[in-house]
Design a protein around this ligand. Structure first.
Ligand code: URP
Ligand code: ZN
Ligand code: ZN
Length: 477
């Protein structure tokens, strides 16, 4: 009896990469893609994709898992449930955040997150850092050492009292990014404006969830986006503006690109599929589910985001999964109370739905090409954080992280999802596709019906140097 040539062969695939779509068999051995071609030799295991689209597994480069919050609030997903949900939704690599608390060393934050992930993750993971306390020790010793060890990206907040940096601190952190070749991600909202507006709304008794959007109008994002760009220009270092929500921020980024500045941009499903009305059209509390920052805007802004995905303004499409239950005492109702909007934990669930939402509405809806889908959800995130070409592509030598797509219409229900969150903002939406099979390093972790991972199989990935060039995009918003 002849020996099999591969551990696994996926036959008759419509292989989609960021540059091409072509028909091929995919040969996998030792967890890696070892051959692409037609009529490949026998595999120990064979899967007939029968002309179905096969994309790289998603790289979700912005998600929050098991991030400590001020009690009684607690994130619903840890690395077990969060990475399980990711895999069932076609994501095979996640990059959550190791967040530094003020007064804490970055090293301690990283050690803490490793403990949270180890033995729990089902798919591979890396970490971004969140720098909230840029002391001389952090800037001169810890950050350079951690960058060298594979933590090559960090997030800077311009808002949230416990995380925000002032402009001088941002310049200091950007300077470290420049010197050591790291990627700086910026949450761009003007904290002072938000606080001023929040106090005025509270004084007028306007504290229902929907007023969260009134306290964070587009202007506060626009101003901070421009300031972040200016600070990065001063230091002469690339930056990545995360979770961009609409036109005014997009205009700032287009302007920067026009100046030849290296400004990357990320957006998320909530800015394509939700509007401020999802936070409520009256003073009822249910809209707390969709409280996130920046808040979703309106239909016109959704169109601007779609255009930016299509024309290269956006580099990345991430979930910003920040999982909080609606019911109970630890999530959107802290202590079980319907609280003023300033106290509602920010963020919504999206790690499992990110890929299918963009595939359904973007690719099958005719708004973006299949290649653009792959670029935004897998290839660019892997490049931005130094994981490419091991992750984010279908190529010889890459990890066999793959999704075989089922194109079928169904109505999305939270009960079908695998996260530990009691709601999805996309409940009741008709989708046109879902991953029929997810492979992580050649192993089936999701078969369209059942999850097959096991806690602890996910490996930590040390990130390399970011390798990404922003596209010039001349179109106006
Ligand atoms: O509301 C959001 N986006 N929460 C998650 C934290 C962040 O700023 O990304
Ligand atoms: Zn943020
Ligand atoms: Zn986030």
């Amino acid at each position: 009896m002849s020996h099999a040539s591969f551990d696994l062969v996926i036959r008759n695939a419509r292989v989609a990469t960021a540059s091409d779509t072509f028909s091929a068999d995919i040969g996998v051995s030792g967890g890696r893609i070892t051959q692409l071609g037609t009529d490949l030799g026998r595999g120990e295991r064979e899967i007939d994709a029968a002309g179905r689209v096969v994309t790289p597994g998603g790289v979700d480069a912005h998600c929050h898992l098991d991030q400590p919050m001020a009690p009684p609030v607690r994130m619903a997903d840890n690395f077990d449930t969060g990475t399980r949900a990711a895999a069932c939704g076609g994501t095979t690599t996640v990059i959550p955040f190791a967040a530094q608390e003020k007064g804490q060393s970055l090293r301690a934050a990283v050690a803490d997150y490793h403990q949270r992930a180890e033995g729990r993750a089902h798919i591979d993971y890396a970490f971004h850092l969140i720098v909230s306390d840029p002391t001389p020790q952090v800037l001169n010793v810890e950050l350079p050492a951690l960058i060298a060890e594979g933590y090559t990206s960090f997030k800077i907040y311009m808002t949230y009292d416990d995380l925000k940096l002032d402009d001088g601190q941002i310049l200091d952190v950007l300077d470290v990014a420049r010197t050591h070749g790291a990627m700086a991600m910026v949450h761009a909202e003007n904290a002072e404006c938000i606080e001023w507006l929040t106090k005025r709304l509270e004084a007028a008794g306007r504290t229902a969830p929907r007023f969260h959007a009134h306290a964070r109008p587009m202007l506060v994002e626009r101003e901070a986006t421009h300031r972040a760009i200016a600070l990065s220009q001063l230091v002469d270092v690339p930056i990545l503006i995360v979770h961009v929500s609409g036109r005014e921020a997009v205009e700032q980024i287009r302007w920067a690109r026009g100046q030849g500045l290296k400004v990357f941009a990320e957006t998320c499903p909530q800015y394509l599929f939700l509007t401020a009305e999802d936070l409520g059209i009256d003073d009822s509390y249910q809209g707390a589910r969709c409280v996130c920052s920046p808040p979703p805007r309106d239909k016109a802004n959704q169109e601007v985001i779609w255009n930016g995905l299509n024309d290269g303004l956006f580099t990345l499409f991430s979930s910003d999964h920040a999982p909080f239950n609606y019911d109970g005492t630890e999530g959107k109702k802290p202590g079980g109370e319907e609280v003023e909007f300033r106290h509602i934990p920010n963020g919504l669930a999206g790690i499992e739905t990110r890929m299918a939402l963009l595939y359904s509405e973007g690719v099958l809806g005719g708004r973006i090409t299949l290649e653009k889908f792959v670029e935004l959800t897998a290839t660019n995130p892997a490049k931005a954080y130094g994981l490419h070409p091991r992750k984010g592509t279908i190529a010889i030598g890459a990890d066999a992280d793959l999704v075989i797509w089922d194109e079928r219409e169904f109505v999305l229900r939270n009960t079908q999802l695998h996260h530990a969150v009691d709601n999805t903002p996309y409940e009741g939406m008709t989708l046109k596709a879902w991953p029929g099979l997810t492979l992580s390093r050649g192993e089936v972790v999701w078969d369209g019906r059942e999850f097959h991972g096991h806690a602890g199989r996910g490996r930590f990935l040390a990130c390399g140097t970011p390798s990404l060039q922003p596209r010039q995009s001349g179109r106006s918003a």
